[in-house]
Design a protein around this ligand. Structure first.
Ligand code: SF4
Ligand code: SF4
Length: 433
């Protein structure tokens, strides 16, 4: 819930919504007749491709685009690949999507997939090879990395952004499965410390013995990872570093349960829980197969999308607006919000009026008004060196309060992206002499 304060206090307060969903089951959506699977890898005609349109795939089959690809998807249905195309990601990055149309036509040969066979023996290596695309997108690449010095795992039973109760659903309604999942995760990783984020409203906390409970009770952005690092673990993440660099790995309650189920049932699950907020603010929790187009989610919930309405994925503060209703339910998709065109606050090209709102609200004490001037001028290194770009925790509050409606958060994310690109290019040049 968003509360704007009136007399006296100048900054608005964004409160997490502590309404509990205990006992309420998500609405199960029908299985789609075709799925859209996204790969964070561009099409490349110079590489040896492993799939083409017309190929038959089995349920649970692991799909790579190319020989030596690291990215993979697992098909949740048996069917035929009918399309392989590029899609534009953030900041001009290009990914690839595959469409699999359901069919009863079985491919000749073996009936078991390598995924199902491999899950017979739980290990971190197996999890990294086959379970990265489970609901909740577990970070097994981080946990399985050789020589990893992760010393703390934080399981998020509380959703970091506003208007989502997906993680809380698993914490409140599936406590026993979560505890079992944590036990499996501890056995696999041997990480010495495990902590769980819980809302202040969850009273039944027994069973988490030996773990640090991180009670979330305050205003946004208290549940963001960098705030948890500071407030609950007393670790300050230096500019340009990540939680993982500091030995801390975050994993959602949903991902922990999905992993334990996969090893228990010897098959991965594809049912993603998503919080959907309609134009009237009504909220529903649904369960949909990964790969389901969001147009089918709206159809099932009787939400009409008109031209220029906005669809926001993964939260009003940190999320992104999608341009297509064919966007699929993804392993990491916790929420979908629909905004009526009349309710959208449009960005402007007005200049900064130096009201100071962004500076007052920034939890990282960044001089945002000065920073954004460098970013608007593409002075990314200057922005990092002199105006703390890398200290930003990406909460989005500055954009929310900006009087001139400057898209400050978007400028900041673009700036960080550009710095990463520059660093990668410099490393490639160094390697190539
Ligand atoms: S998003 Fe804006 S308000 Fe939040 S930490 Fe970054 S600069 Fe500060
Ligand atoms: S909130 Fe917007 S208008 Fe106000 S100082 Fe910051 S950038 Fe300028």
């Amino acid at each position: 819930m968003i509360k704007r304060s009136f007399l006296g206090v100048k900054k608005p307060v964004l409160k997490y919504d502590f309404v509990e969903s205990e006992g309420k089951e998500p609405e199960q959506l029908p299985r789609p007749s075709s799925v859209v699977l996204l790969l964070d890898e561009p099409l490349d005609s110079t590489r040896i491709n492993l799939v083409k349109t017309g190929d038959q795939v089995r349920e649970n089959e692991k799909i790579y685009l190319y020989k030596n690809s690291r990215e993979y998807v697992i098909s949740p249905i048996q069917g035929e690949i009918t399309s392989i195309e590029s899609y534009p990601g953030e900041f001009g990055d290009i990914g690839t999507y595959l469409v699999v149309e359901k069919s009863d036509h079985e491919r000749s040969g073996d009936t078991k997939t390598d995924v199902v066979e491999s899950l017979a023996g739980p290990s971190l290596d197996t999890a990294e090879k086959y379970l990265k695309t489970l609901p909740g997108a577990p970070p097994f690449d981080v946990l399985a990395e050789k020589g990893s010095d992760i010393h703390t795992i934080v399981i998020t039973g509380f959703d970091p952004d506003l208007m989502a109760t997906t993680r809380r659903y698993f914490l409140s309604n599936l406590k026993e499965e979560l505890k079992e999942g944590i036990r499996v995760l501890k056995d696999l990783t041997h990480v010495p410390k495990v902590a769980v984020t819980v809302p202040e409203t969850v009273e039944d906390r027994p069973g988490f013995e030996g773990m640090q409970l991180m009670i979330i009770s305050g205003a946004y952005p208290e549940a963001l990872p960098l705030m948890i690092m500071k407030n609950h673990l007393n670790i300050t993440v230096p500019p340009g570093k990540s939680c993982v660099d500091m030995g801390v790995c975050f994993i959602s309650a949903e991902a922990v349960i999905a992993m334990a189920r996969a090893f228990r049932d010897k098959t991965p699950s594809f049912e993603k829980v998503v919080t959907v907020t309609g134009k009237d603010g009504s909220r529903k929790t649904i369960k949909a197969m990964i790969g389901t187009r969001i147009s089918e989610v709206f159809k099932a919930l009787n939400i009409n999308i008109n031209e220029n309405d906005r669809v926001i994925i993964n939260g009003p503060m940190q999320g992104f607006a999608t341009f297509t209703l064919s966007h699929p339910v993804q392993p990491s998709m916790d929420s979908i919000i629909v905004q009526d065109v009349d309710d959208i606050q449009h960005i402007s090209d007005y200049p900064c009026i130096n009201c100071g709102n962004c500076i007052k609200i920034c939890p990282a004490n960044i001089p945002v008004n000065l920073l954004v001037r460098r970013l608007e001028a593409n002075m990314f290194e200057d922005a990092a060196e002199k105006f703390d770009l890398q200290s930003c925790i990406e909460c989005g509050l500055c954009s929310y309060v900006c009087t001139a409606r400057i898209p400050l958060f978007q400028y900041i994310r673009l700036g960080k992206h550009e710095l990463l690109q520059m660093k990668a290019e410099a490393e490639t040049e160094e390697r190539n002499g």
